[in-house]
Design a protein around this ligand. Structure first.
Ligand code: GRF
Length: 201
């Protein structure tokens, strides 16, 4: 039986697309049972639609409190019974209720070599800092901002004439295969986490 994935997106969804493409091969070991978003009208939702994957949208502004939004998102995701939740360019912090419900089963992809440059502007921050190498990180999500146990990382060079877009695109070209490889290995081989150290298999 293939593992059930729910993927959360907020934008273009190219990481989602890489996962959709990988899941087309039964040997990959996973299938996407739903794609959720925090906003309408994004390409990520269109990609899911074209692939015939159910979608849902849970918008913060439709709820009086952040806790209410957290509860609604938790229920929406739980309805699809995921083995693993993948935050792939989801631009909201997941709440306590959500993380309690899916404890240890939520992963995120981040466009920097954590713990450097957490947050929403990782490529710009790396550029501003003048680092020569940055990269991407697949990690489990905890209550902090991009602080959870690291599963896998890949390095990407920063070039002299990079701007934020060119650097972020180069990072995303490394991020997509890293995410596909990481999710595939997790679902096929299982994992353990001991004092932050993630071991697959
Ligand atoms: C990725 O770089 C992700 O790490 C970041 O936003 C980007 C999303 O890209 N948080 P996409 O929507 O998967 O194309």
């Amino acid at each position: 039986m293939s593992a059930r994935l729910v993927v959360l997106v907020s934008g273009a969804g190219t990481n989602l697309q890489a996962l959709l493409d990988a899941c087309a091969d039964p040997a990959y070991g996973a299938r996407i049972t739903a794609v959720g978003a925090d906003r309408d009208g994004i390409e990520g939702l269109a990609r899911a639609g074209r692939a015939g994957v159910p979608t849902f949208v849970t918008r913060l502004k439709d709820h009086d409190t952040r806790d209410g939004w957290d509860a609604a998102l938790t229920e929406a995701v739980a309805g699809h019974a995921p083995d693993l939740v993948v935050s792939a360019g989801f631009m909201k912090l997941l709440g306590k209720r959500f993380l309690d419900r899916f404890a240890g089963r939520v992963i995120n992809t981040h466009p920097a070599l954590l713990p450097s440059f957490p947050g929403t502007q990782a490529a710009r921050d790396a550029l501003d800092h003048g680092v020569k190498v940055t990269g991407c990180t697949a990690h489990f999500v905890d209550a902090g901002v991009d602080t959870g146990p690291i599963i896998a990382q890949r390095a990407v060079p920063v070039l002299d004439d990079d701007d934020e877009d060119s650097l972020h695109e180069r990072i995303k070209a490394a991020e997509r295969p890293l995410l596909v490889e990481t999710v595939g290995r997790l679902v096929r081989e299982g994992w353990t986490i001991e004092s932050r150290k993630v071991r697959i298999g």
